[in-house]
Design a protein around this ligand. Structure first.
Ligand code: PMV
Length: 321
């Protein structure tokens, strides 16, 4: 029996992060330059329930039975089994390979869950719909992030640009005019759960200030949404830079992230901001084609470790069910 595969893309939050945890809208995009791939191989002749997992990215080469119940891979497999009303699985080997850096705000944890859940369900002969995959991925994100908004698992499940708001119907984005997005890795990782916790604690100390800032972030996000759907984000990049200033005010930027943003803008980017939890991770910039080299040089001069340059268009991302 040939191996069964499933691949999930990385993701980036274009705007609205943190405020999205408090019910405001945010925009996320899949990033197909990075991905996680899960392959499931049958092991005929082995005893049912014998599952071997290999994930070189996290140094894992072990039997599933050795992983705790709260291990994200164990939990994903349990949730797939429960969904399919199975007590046991046929013997198999699961290999997870990824090019998504961990802790860099590119959705590594959600991509692993989505690709693993899809590949395993397909292997078992019962591919699961996106809604179920998304629900499973959200449950597993809770192990990683405590109180996730759900934006990461949703954009990675759908593999398409989205406007996301907790509790609302997800809106796929039809982007009118494609644009170039540069994503520069600051080289510093940070734990999203800690950044979200920090915002929660500061908000408890001054709720009116934080709720006002979240309102402002929501306004900017809707302006970006409008530019994406009806205009040209390259002309409206200043909304993204405004979003960065608001993120700085809620205390999730760092001197390095601020420097990367202002260097990108000085080098000609139309807009730039930190992306995701902050405290490290990535800075993104919307850039006209003739400015890519200059902005790239500016990021590298700040010490960026890696730069992804990607073209964002209407319907991007491959939904691999
Ligand atoms: O660090 P990331 O890219 O996974 O972003 C998390 C986005 C937050 O809004 C900070 C948290 C959330 O759950 O939405």
């Amino acid at each position: 029996m040939p191996a069964i595969y499933s691949t999930a893309p990385g993701k980036i939050i274009l705007c609205g992060e943190h405020a999205v945890v408090y019910g405001k809208p945010a925009i996320a995009l899949p990033v197909n330059q990075v991905w996680t791939k899960t392959a499931v191989f049958a092991k005929p002749g082995s005893v049912d329930g014998e599952i071997h997992i290999i994930a070189p990215g996290v140094g894992l080469d072990t039997n599933l039975s050795s992983l705790s119940r709260q291990n994200p891979l164990q939990r994903t497999i349990t949730l797939v089994k429960e969904e399919l009303h199975l007590n046991n699985l046929p013997a198999c080997e699961i290999r997870i390979t990824t090019s998504i850096p961990i802790g860099a705000g590119l959705g590594s944890s959600a991509a692993v869950t989505v690709s693993l859940a899809r590949a395993l369900a397909k292997f078992l002969g019962h591919p699961l719909p996106n809604e179920t995959i998304n629900r499973i991925a959200y449950e597993v994100e809770r192990i990683h992030h405590g109180t996730p908004s759900g934006i990461d698992n949703t954009v990675i499940t759908l593999g398409a640009p989205i406007l996301f708001q907790k509790g609302a119907q997800v809106e796929p984005l039809e982007i009118l005019k494609g644009f170039t997005l540069m994503i520069a890795d600051s080289g510093f990782t940070s734990a999203t759960v800690e950044m979200v916790d920090g915002v929660r604690i500061r908000r408890e100390q001054n709720q009116p200030k934080y709720d006002h800032l979240f309102e402002e972030i929501a306004k900017v996000t809707l302006q970006v949404y409008d530019a994406l759907c009806h205009g040209d984000i390259l002309q409206s990049g200043s909304f993204l830079s405004e979003n960065h200033l608001l993120l700085r005010e809620i205390g999730v930027s760092t001197p390095l992230l601020d420097e990367m943003v202002s260097s990108a803008l000085s080098a000609g980017a139309s807009g730039a901001k930190l992306s995701g939890g902050g405290g490290g991770g990535n800075v993104l910039a919307v850039v006209a084609a003739d400015k890519i080299d200059r902005v790239s040089a500016a990021f590298l001069a700040c010490g960026a470790r890696n730069i992804i340059t990607t073209t964002i268009q209407g319907k991007i991302g491959a939904v691999d069910e």
